[in-house]
Design a protein around this ligand. Structure first.
Ligand code: SF4
Length: 333
């Protein structure tokens, strides 16, 4: 059986169930790289120049972790998934970058996704990808339909049950971790929304277990995936009119929504050196200053971010929110 490696980084958290379903329907075995470690980050970092953004360094570390464990590695180049909305340039060149800096990698399976080129182009790209595993177009078509359904189910499960991508992926894999969260909801002191790209929010090594720390401190945590597409899009429309960047919903949409409803505080996570995020997070920061209703804090992550620094800022932010909530309760009484 052909083994296809999928790095647990970058777009993994958005699309893993879809990719897994597609390849398994075509008879392949999917191998996922392990959770990020310092060794993986250091190995990925050693292959690129220092000012490459942290998530790309992590991604390359995951590619290296898959070397020798699979026959191919899947690295899509996602340019656009919505008309006239564009992805960060790092995603466009990912297959070429991987080939160039990790020559020992197994062959890269890539696919160029650009919705602006039309549906016909997209179908052809999917068939070309599927041809590595079968010569039957009908089989590729069935696999892509099953994959799309898996993607819809994945997002529906997250928004309808307030689950994060790792929790849903654990459910799909048959573990019951997702149920554990309910204990935090009963005694939650505050509701904190964490916004940003999934590869920053759910990589526990990169963010120093931020979500876990918030839950341990008895806070209910909300993330962008817990909102429906309609909620995210209407929040973007209210704040900036129309999205320019792919995945802008995770930052501007979720930020705008949670600043106005559902959260006692909002934490924005960005990667050091990220151009799109610095612009998008600034829009959220300005909106927070205008509304003055919900406290907002942004955390910038980089390779050498100290855990102690994150913990200190988090404690100060939570302390302020908890005091604020207590004083609001007193005022009401
Ligand atoms: S959006 Fe920012 S963090 Fe993400 S890959 Fe692009 S530059 Fe890196």
């Amino acid at each position: 059986m052909i083994r296809i490696g999928i790095p647990r980084a970058l777009l993994y958290y958005q699309y893993y169930p879809m990719w897994k379903t597609f390849f398994e329907e075509l008879g392949a075995e999917v191998v996922v790289s392990p959770p990020t470690t310092q060794v993986m980050l250091a190995s990925g970092s050693s292959r690129v120049v220092a000012d490459t953004c942290l998530p790309v360094k992590v991604f390359l570390g995951h590619i290296l972790a898959l070397v020798g464990k699979c026959d191919y590695i899947f690295v899509p180049a996602i340019r656009s998934v919505e008309s006239k909305v564009y992805n960060c340039s790092k995603f466009l060149g990912l297959p070429d970058l991987t080939r160039a800096v990790i020559p020992e990698s197994p062959p890269i399976l890539d696919i160029d996704i650009d919705i602006n080129k039309g549906k016909r182009n997209l179908y052809q790209a999917i068939y070309q990808l599927g041809r590595h595993l079968t010569w039957y177009p009908l089989r590729v078509r069935r696999a892509s339909q099953a994959a799309w359904q898996a993607h819809l189910n994945y997002h529906q499960l997250m928004s309808s049950r307030n689950l994060t991508p790792p929790q849903v992926i654990e459910r799909i894999s048959g573990t019951a971790e997702a149920e554990a969260n309910s204990s935090y909801l009963i005694s939650a002191q505050a509701t904190i929304a964490v916004i940003g790209h999934p590869y920053l929010l759910y990589d526990e090594h990169v963010n120093h277990r931020l979500i876990h720390r918030l839950e341990q401190a008895h806070n209910r945590v909300l993330t962008p995936e817990m909102l429906s597409t309609e909620e995210l899009q209407s929040a973007i429309a209210r704040l900036v009119g129309r999205a320019y960047w792919t995945y802008e919903e995770e930052v501007v949409g979720a930020g705008a929504h949670y600043l106005q409803s559902g959260a006692d505080g909002v934490i924005g996570i960005i990667a050091f050196g990220c151009g799109p995020d610095s612009v998008m997070m600034d829009v959220v920061r300005q909106q927070a200053s205008r509304l003055k209703a919900t406290p907002f804090m942004s955390l910038t992550l980089e390779e050498h971010t100290a855990e102690a620094g994150i913990v200190t800022r988090l404690e100060a932010f939570l302390d302020m929110i908890h005091r604020r909530k207590r004083s609001q309760v007193k005022t009401c009484v």
